[in-house]
Design a protein around this ligand. Structure first.
Ligand SMILES: [Zn+2]
Length: 266
C-alpha cells in the first residue's frame, strides 16, 4: 500500500468493544487496524494546506488551520476548549449559524478512565469516538445537557472533585489508575446536584462501557516523533491508542499533524 495526500485526524468507532481506526489521506481512508504488527513508513512532503481555506501554511494551528483562519472560525475560538464560556447568547459568536448547529445539541457529560478517572463532555452522537480519541479504557455517560454552555457549567462544577485532563504518557503506557466510575458517579452527583437542577439537565442511568485497543505492545518509555524534526518516520506499528500511532521507534500524535501532506507506505 502506498498513498499520498493531506491527512486529517483518525476516524474512530467502537465495534464489539474494540476501537477501530481509519486515517483520512487525500480522498482515501487507510484501515489502520489492518496495519498493526506491520512495518510502516510515513514521509512528510513539506506541504501543509489549511483545512479551511486551502492556503499553504508553515504551521498547522488548532488541528489543521492557517493562523488567519484560527482568528475568524468559531471552531477555533477559546470557547470550544472551555464550553462554559460559550458567548452565543451575547450575540458575539464568530459564526452564529455554525454556532447554532454546533453548540445547541444534546451534550453528554461523562466519566472516563484514561490515565486516571476524568470528566469530559461531548456531543451525544460522538460519545464512542470521543472516548477512543482520548484513549479511555472505560467510560460512563452520567448527564445529558441541552447545550454546550450547560454542559460546561456542569463540567466546571465536577472539576472541583475529579480531573479533566489526561496524563497522555501514562495513557500511552497503559498505566491507568482505574476506579469504579459508577461509585464515583454517585458521589459526584450529590456534590453537583444544584448545578444539575439549575441547568435542567438529565441524570442518565447508562452502563459503563469498556474499550480495548489494537495494541500488541505498549511502550515502556514514551518518545515523541515529530515530522518537523524527522520528515521520514518508520518502524513497526505496535499499536494505536487515543490519536497516537505506537511505533517501535516512538509515538506519533496524528492530531498534531492534521493537514500535513504525507506519503504513507506499508
Ligand atoms: Zn486558512
Amino acid at each position: 500500500m502506498q498513498l499520498s495526500g493531506h491527512i486529517k485526524m483518525m476516524n474512530t468507532s467502537l465495534e464489539g468493544g474494540s476501537a477501530k481506526y481509519s486515517l483520512p489521506i487525500g480522498e482515501s481512508l487507510i484501515d489502520m487496524n489492518a496495519v498493526v504488527g506491520k512495518h510502516i513508513e510515513l514521509k512528510y512532503n513539506d506541504v501543509i494546506l489549511c483545512a479551511n481555506c486551502g492556503v499553504r501554511t508553515k504551521k498547522s494551528w488548532s488541528g489543521g488551520y492557517c493562523f488567519p483562519c484560527t482568528q475568524v472560525l468559531a471552531r477555533c475560538d477559546l470557547c470550544i476548549m472551555r464550553p462554559e464560556t460559550c458567548h452565543y447568547s451575547e450575540g458575539t459568536c464568530r459564526e452564529p449559524q455554525w454556532g447554532l448547529n454546533y453548540c445547541f445539541q444534546p451534550t453528554i457529560i461523562y466519566l472516563a478512565n484514561t490515565s486516571k478517572p476524568k470528566v469530559g463532555i461531548t456531543n451525544k452522537k460522538r460519545v464512542y469516538s470521543r472516548w477512543i480519541e482520548q484513549g479511555a479504557i472505560s467510560a460512563l455517560p452520567i448527564i445529558e445537557a441541552k447545550s454546550r454552555l450547560d454542559s460546561g457549567k456542569i463540567e466546571v462544577a465536577l472539576k472541583q472533585f475529579v480531573a479533566d485532563k489526561t496524563n497522555w504518557r501514562n495513557m500511552l503506557k497503559n498505566e491507568v489508575e482505574q476506579s469504579s466510575l459508577s461509585s464515583l458517579k454517585e458521589t459526584l452527583l450529590t456534590e453537583i446536584a444544584a448545578t444539575v437542577k439549575e441547568t435542567e439537565a438529565i441524570v442518565l442511568s447508562d452502563d459503563e462501557v469498556n474499550i480495548s485497543y489494537p495494541v500488541l505492545k505498549y511502550p515502556t518509555k514514551v518518545v515523541s516523533l515529530n515530522f518537523d524534526k524527522t520528515p521520514i518516520i518508520t518502524g513497526i506499528l505496535e499499536g494505536i491508542k487515543g490519536q497516537y500511532l505506537l511505533l517501535d521507534s516512538g509515538v506519533l500524535n496524528i492530531r498534531k499533524f492534521s493537514s500535513y501532506h504525507l506519503t504513507i507506505s506499508s
